[in-house]
Design a protein around this ligand. Sequence first.
Ligand code: NAP
Length: 680
Amino acid sequence: MQQFQNYVLGNWENGTGVETTIYHAITGKEIGSVSSDGIDFSEVLNYGRNIGGPTLRKMTFQERGRMLKALALFLMDRKERYYEVSAWTGATKIDSWIDIEGGIGNLFANASLRKQFPDLPFYVDGTAAPLSKNGSFIGHHIMVPKEGVAIHINAFNFPVWGMLEKIATNLMAGVPAVVKPSEYTSFLTEVVVRDIISSRILPEGALQLLVGLGRGLIDHAESCDVVTFTGSAETGRLLKAHETIISKSIPFNLEADSLNATVLGKHASPGTKEFDLFIKETVKEITIKAGQKCTAVRRIIVPEEFIEAVQKGISERLSSTIIGDPSAEGVRMGALATKTQVGRVRASVEKLMASQDIVYGDLDRFDVVGADKNSGAFFSPILFLNVDPFNKTACHEIEAFGPVSTLMPYKNLDDAIAIANMGKGSLVSSIVTPNNKEAVDYVLGAASMHGRILVLNADCAKESTGHGSPMPLLTHGGPGRAGGGEEMGGKRGVLHYLQRTAIQGHPTTISAITQQFQVGSEMPEANPHVFRKHFEELVIGETVFTHKHTVTDADIVNFANVSGDNFYAHMDATALEGTIFEKRVAHGYFILSKAAGLFVDPKKGPVLLNYGIEEARFTKPVYPGATIAVRFTVKEKIDQEKRSEDDIPKGIVKFLVDVYDETGETVAMATILTMVKKRS
Ligand code: NAP
């Protein structure tokens, strides 16, 4: 019998004995076993902290992003093997696609986030805060990687996605991971981790895997670590209240089960495109992954006048959903992951039956195609009807983690919102309506109790990613019962693994720390001009002090002619009464354009192009007669990878353009973005 292995302390290791025997979800045949018994969890966590952490922390966000991209490409090339193994979990091709390619997609999405981070191992958060009258003392925030490990305890339903969506963020942040997937499906995680380790794309110690129960792992967590948990609310609560978590103030991100609701709007009556969309989307959310999705629709809330039509529509569609071996022709829904799950879902359904009626499906009588019903972990889709959702509340409390959902009526939208909110906090909810007023009212009424809300109508349906799919760039996580956690979330997800520290001091010191120029810092004069220097030679803070220009009426008229901007404040001195202007004022765009004329060194050199302007402000009116000049300072540098062999080696340089007048006061400020060639 194959023993799936743990990857710890740089080696593949068997645990002692057998903690769990693994069975094929379709055939019921024994596949192997897992165990993490006997492994010293304290050493595992220390290995991550001492071996993986230091290397990751030295890398910049750009390097970590490129590492994730390389890993994503590497895994994508090997995905066929993951599909083969995923089939053992009872998954259809689409179910596996969500898990495997959805997971790899998370690596790509996080890799792309590098563009939102500096070319540094740490992040500079926000802008400087002025803390003194004369500007010699300022405050800022940096966020450095935590010096611990990310401990991920994951649910059984997404053995690949569950790991990849989590490690993508901690690796991007520069923190190593120890992953403990559920023992029921960790064999698939193991196959992927084998490839990750053999690729040598991640530094050693950046990723360790425990395939068994891992009980006691949290006992060894330290305050520098972060624990994430994805699973049932019950286990989540238990672990969140763990003595170690509380006594050491260890961040604990809880992603628990939730009783997600979908609402049919009153305007989506039978016969509308939205009504059909609602039926289709709801059935998809009941049957995909055989309902083993934390975001699956558990409650279906519909106007009372449409309840029969909805029940009929869903039942008809469910009856054409063939259950069985996903490799058999026509099969649309596979098995649950294990027979243990069958027992658990059945027990939950039986509890729900005490207060509501099954209107579609049967616990025992259903057909299975291409497999032996009794050997595999099969389960029929079950649709309940609860006509009194305010008083019969089991459907708002019990999560049957399978293809099980409850239909319930509402009278008006306020009732629909109240029923949805009776889930006491959910990951996701959706409303299907062609009417934006109804959508607005629902979203504002339900938002405080939901981590994500999908508004579906015919205009977005074709490109909609659906009720059940969390997106890597959005924060996925819900309040209350759903755990109050946050995961993924684009840049926000990465920040979760960084420690924010406020730093206070002189602007020159803060510039040195943040490696970004802060106003008030020393500005050594650039010699030669910064446009004559290659990327590597530019130093943060070095400044070109330009010659001066006195603004004239002719400048204003000429600029109005060139641009066609004849706004009265520039052109009509008689129209200024009641405005803040004392005289015809120069165009702000003229000031910036003239600034370019002053700061540009025109000869061909390392500066390849200027590709944009950020944070442009016109801070003081400039009238004819004023004399302006520019302080042009290297503000920030971001290294760039070559996109192809023949790409020019270059980096991005941000320059601060500070235009000031004869009083020394700033009249306009902007950051320009340039691409500058590297010497090598
Ligand atoms: P579970 O029984 O709560 O287990 C979740 C994870 O916790 C598993 O890896 C489990 O390990 C581990 N675990 C349990 N007791 C532990 C302990 N004392 N110490 C350390 N680890 C412990 O959940 P599940 O049955 O795997 O997953 C299904 C549930 O997850 C559903 O309720 C679903 O809604 C929820 N879920 C939520 C999300 C979300 O994002 N909110 C996503 C997916 C799933 P073993 O399995 O090895 O015992």
